[in-house]
Design a protein around this ligand. Structure first.
Ligand SMILES: Nc1ncnc2c1ncn2[C@@H]1O[C@H](COP(=O)(O)OP(=O)(O)OP(=O)(O)O)[C@@H](O)[C@H]1O
Length: 450
């Protein structure tokens, strides 16, 4: 079984270990990060059963098989095993990815909690970044709750990890909770865990994220997306450090430092009654702003070099950038911040087989100052960046999912109800995705209110 170039391109863009699974429940591809972090050899994994990386024996009805029945994206925490048989915990995000023929695969991104996780380096020597690093270190010396506010892709998660690494909890776990995917149904079992048989589908006991973060840092990403109905439960657990697994009467405890992040104006949400005031004050003891990239252009050259080095190391091909290309980047506004810079550079490397990135290979959205020239783009994700400028803020994997949704919207003449039904997801989940991917349809404006 071979990797198609399309998936290779997707895999290359992933910093976390990443697995592609096909509808026959077999591993189809893995990325270099999975090989290096967990010590597996790709050839030994390709074609093996989907649960090969799980620490416990495969279930008859595993998450992969369930996914191919309902195509519902999921987040799960699992014990997994590396090539030496050592056990580690990972938060797994599973979502559909589609190949050029419209065939659906499952993409799984693994977020490792301890040990194996390589924290990213926070690059930037601009005044703003030096100030931020200082504030984060100061906060790290205490145990106060920190709220990071900044635009999408500006580095909130990296800043949270930096804070964790500089705190006395650095040897403990850093656990990420992505609130955009925590529906009302999922919230309690993901955060607090559940016991076997607590509800249909609870086939075994499960440790919640709060408990996994014990002695470490709990990072609540996109906290503004947490449903209002779940907010009191979170507040209660954070105030007391105590909680109960779903289906259990036993009280459990966890000692965590909380860092949360949002791209929204959370205080305005409090005033509009869309976010609980008591929870806001519990989370935002120290609010910190992450500056957008356009507000610290001095960091662009160093970031570019750093990201190109990463791409070169992952792909095995060295890349360098010309002055003209760098100038083009320096003039650009970067609404998608560093993630957008990474995506632009990634696309540029695809367009520069000789390893020299010139200005033509920097494809800015057509709405930007310098219109992007017509291009022959070799990867589907890259093509998307060109077709839908708003998607330049998305990772290639997200862009593929966004394209899939766009196709369905076209097929169903914009009816969200029908699109949600055809994806077997709730309309609410679809709204969240549309908002996240900035796919504004007329329908969207009437429903989302944002
Ligand atoms: N200062 C930095 N130095 C190096 N890389 C960075 C920096 N800031 C962000 N990045 C990289 O940019 C990408 C986006 O960063 P990150 O995920 O931390 O942003 P975010 O603000 O949490 O995004 P979102 O709002 O979408 O959750 C990541 O690949 C991250 O490693």
């Amino acid at each position: 079984m071979s990797r198609t170039p399309y998936f290779s391109s997707l895999l290359l863009a992933q910093r976390n270990p990443f697995v592609v699974i096909d509808a026959d429940a077999r591993i189809r591809s893995v990325n270099a990060s999975l090989e290096t972090t967990l010590g597996y050899d790709t050839s030994e994994l390709i074609g093996s059963p989907c649960c090969r990386l799980d620490a416990s024996a495969a279930e008859d009805d595993c998450r992969h098989r369930r996914f191919f029945r309902d195509l519902e994206p999921y987040v799960e925490t699992r014990a997994m095993a590396d090539a030496r048989g050592e056990i580690y915990f990972a938060q797994i995000q599973g979502f559909p990815i589609v190949d050029g023929q419209g065939q659906v695969f499952l993409g799984e991104s693994l977020h490792l909690f301890q040990g194996q996780r390589q924290p990213g380096r926070m690059i930037g020597r601009s005044e703003q970044m030096r100030g931020l690093a200082q504030e984060l270190k100061r906060a790290a010396a205490t145990d106060v709750s920190v709220l990071l506010q900044g635009e999408t892709g500006s580095g909130k998660e990296l800043a949270a990890e930096f804070l964790h690494q500089h705190s006395t909890r650095a040897s403990g776990p850093f656990v990420v909770v992505d609130c955009t995917v925590l529906s009302e149904d999922l919230f309690e079992s993901e955060l607090f865990g559940h016991v076997k048989g607590a509800f249909t589908g609870a086939v075994g006991n499960k440790t919640g994220l709060l408990e996994l973060a014990d002695t470490g840092t709990l990072f609540l990403d996109e906290i503004g997306e947490l449903p209002l109905s779940q907010q009191p439960k979170l507040l209660r657990a954070l105030e007391s450090g105590m909680f109960r697994q779903v289906g259990s009467t036993k009280i459990r405890q966890a000692n965590v430092r909380v860092v949360s992040a949002t791209h929204r104006d959370l205080l305005a949400m409090v005033q509009q009654g869309r976010f609980r005031q008591d929870l806001y004050y519990r989370l935002a003891v120290l609010p910190l702003a992450i500056p957008p990239l356009r507000g610290r252009r001095a960091d662009i050259p160093e970031l570019t070099e750093h990201l190109l080095q990463e791409i070169s190391a992952q792909s095995g091909h060295p890349y360098r950038i010309t002055k003209d290309a760098l100038r083009k980047l320096l003039l650009y506004q970067f609404p998608g911040n560093i993630r957008e810079l990474r995506n632009l550079l990634h696309l540029a490397t695809v367009l520069s087989p000789d390893g020299v990135i010139n200005a033509e290979a920097i494809r800015l959205p057509v709405t930007a100052e310098q219109p992007a020239s017509p291009s022959i783009v070799t990867s589907e994700a890259a093509e998307l960046l060109h077709e839908h400028p708003s998607m330049t803020t998305l990772s290639p994997v997200e862009a593929v999912e966004a394209k899939y949704i766009l196709q369905l919207l076209q097929r169903h003449r914009g009816s969200r109800k029908e699109v949600a039904a055809s994806m077997s997801i709730s309309e609410r989940t679809l709204y969240r995705k549309l908002k996240r991917y900035r796919l504004n349809t007329t329908d969207e404006r009437t429903h989302s209110g944002s």
